[in-house]
Design a protein around this ligand. Structure first.
Ligand code: BGC
Length: 483
């Protein structure tokens, strides 16, 4: 789940020390993304990286097909299961300068730790990033459109930018990856935010026009479409426990204060973005925008699978005075209803919350990730069971992962997460895929580049990619379609 705190330089607790084995392996498997003419990472390179990880005792490599043991059915996932990694345009592309967030990054009193800048330059390096993902063994890539590139001024659409995203989708198909396309992942065109963002009564029509236009250009080659990423964030913030927040203040209230300051600085009294502004008005605008956006997409391609991605914590009742049902009704309720009219629901989960009057602080002694969340991979199994029961539609885990400098902890997390997922599937829960957050270390919003969620490391100066063991391990599970 999106993080809001300034991240401390050193991890707070837990076994975060780098395993020297893992570090050595990572160093050995660098991929020079900036080499001119390097279109894709060679298989030889990838196999070498995987072999190094195997040599370090981190993964078991299949040798030749003939030597592979017969698949253990009890460990296999359903045929056609989607295995992927995710990114979001703003976090990886770089220079998305027509957005609300870019404007906010450069204010004298900014709430961003650092600007996004070139990010991972995925805007230019996507061919090799996508090729790398496929070579690792995955069959799915989830990424998003940057609306502000496609419609930089209200009503002016750029065919060149739409063509860019068409090329990305095409490259996915060339590598036999199913593309999952999110139409709006947090960042908004600046002109849209200045008019009040999702609070603007015109928002649903403006969003639907964008959806229609983008689907006409791209829809025929989209695998799964999503209208919105985590539209329940404004409500979730109301329950969220931020260590160090002024007593009695919810994150939502803190964001509102920040917004007043931003509005003054840019002299735009209506300015509003997804995680700021009036939560009730934003929720109403988002629900209507999702419905109209979906209708617009379906009007162009009726058989395109459309859903959205919901931020869900594994909510557990506090021993006393628990308000679990109230939280569920307030945060997820309307969206779980909306999901019943979708082709699938994407769930995004990172940890658990113990719910009292609000979310309680993380239990004492728990292992923490870099973003202060509890290391709790069981959340995946619990959340898919809940979401499936509540909606009855197919579920796809569209984000799950942890922020850590210690990739051995990511390996442990992912292995436990997918084992839990398998248990749920064996019990009959209709889960169609698992998409890890994130393909590579990237711009973690207000927290900048400090939290490392990536399966692949990125050197921001050289744009060199370095495959971490976790990528090879999850990629092998994906390739085998089996634990
Ligand atoms: C968001 C991502 C974010 C991730 C980790 C999710 O809330 O969709 O954009 O980077 O969580 O915080």
């Amino acid at each position: 789940m999106l993080t809001f705190s300034r991240i401390p330089e050193t991890p707070k607790a837990g076994p975060q020390s780098h395993s020297s084995k893992a570090r050595q392996t990572m160093a050995e498997i660098e991929v020079d993304a900036a080499t001119p003419g390097l279109k894709s990472i060679s298989r030889r390179h990838l196999l070498r990286s995987a072999s190094l990880a195997a040599a370090a005792g981190l993964i078991k490599l299949p040798t030749s097909r003939a030597e592979q043991p017969l698949a253990d059915k009890s460990k296999a996932f359903p045929n056609g299961f989607l295995w992927g990694c995710a990114t979001a345009a703003y976090q990886v592309e770089g220079n998305n300068s027509n957005t609300d967030l870019w404007t906010m990054e450069y204010l004298p009193q900014t709430i961003f730790k650092e600007p996004s800048g070139d990010a991972c330059d995925h805007y230019h390096l996507y061919p090799q990033d996508i090729s790398m993902l496929a070579d690792l063994g995955f069959n799915t890539y989830r990424f998003s459109l940057e609306w502000a590139r496609i419609e930089p001024e209200e009503g002016h659409f750029s065919n060149a930018e739409l063509d860019h995203y068409r090329r990305m989708l095409t490259v996915c198909h060339e590598h036999h990856l199913t593309p999952m396309l999110t139409y709006s992942h947090f960042s908004l065109p600046r002109w849209f935010a200045i008019q009040g963002g999702w609070e603007n009564p015109k928002a649903p029509d403006l969003f639907a026009r964008f959806c229609e236009r983008a689907t006409r250009h791209l829809g025929d080659i989209v695998g799964y479409a999503s209208t919105l990423n985590e539209p329940d964030i404004p409500q979730l913030l109301n329950w969220f426990n931020l260590p160090g927040a002024p007593a009695g203040m919810s994150v939502a209230q803190m964001m509102q204060m920040g917004l007043d300051n931003i509005r003054k600085q840019i002299n735009a009294p209506e300015f509003s973005g997804l995680f700021m502004g009036n939560p009730a008005k934003t929720q109403a605008g988002l629900l209507a925008s999702h419905a109209k956006g979906k209708e617009a997409m379906k009007s162009v391609r009726p058989d395109m699978p459309v859903g959205f991605n919901l931020a869900m914590s594994d909510d557990q009742p506090a021993p006393e005075d628990n308000h679990l049902e109230e939280k569920r009704a307030e945060v997820y309720g309307p969206w779980l209803e909306a999901a019943k009219h979708c082709d699938y629901l994407g769930v995004q989960t990172y940890s658990r919350s113990i719910v009292g009057k609000k979310d309680l602080p993380v239990p004492k002694g728990a292992e923490l990730t870099q973003t202060g969340m509890e290391f709790y991979p069981q959340c995946v199994e619990h959340v898919v069971r809940y979401a499936s029961k509540a909606t009855g539609v197919p579920i796809i885990v569209t984000e799950n992962g942890i922020a850590t400098e210690d990739d051995t902890r990511r390996v442990a997390y992912v292995q436990q997460a997918v084992s839990g997922l398998k248990r749920a599937i064996d019990d009959g829960v209709d889960v169609r895929g698992y998409v890890a957050w994130s393909l590579m270390d990237n711009f973690e919003w207000m927290s900048g580049y400090t939290p490392k969620f990536g399966m692949v490391a990125v050197d921001l100066k050289t744009q060199k990619r370095t495959i971490k063991p976790s990528a090879a391990i999850l990629g092998n599970i994906a390739r085998r379609n089996s634990l």
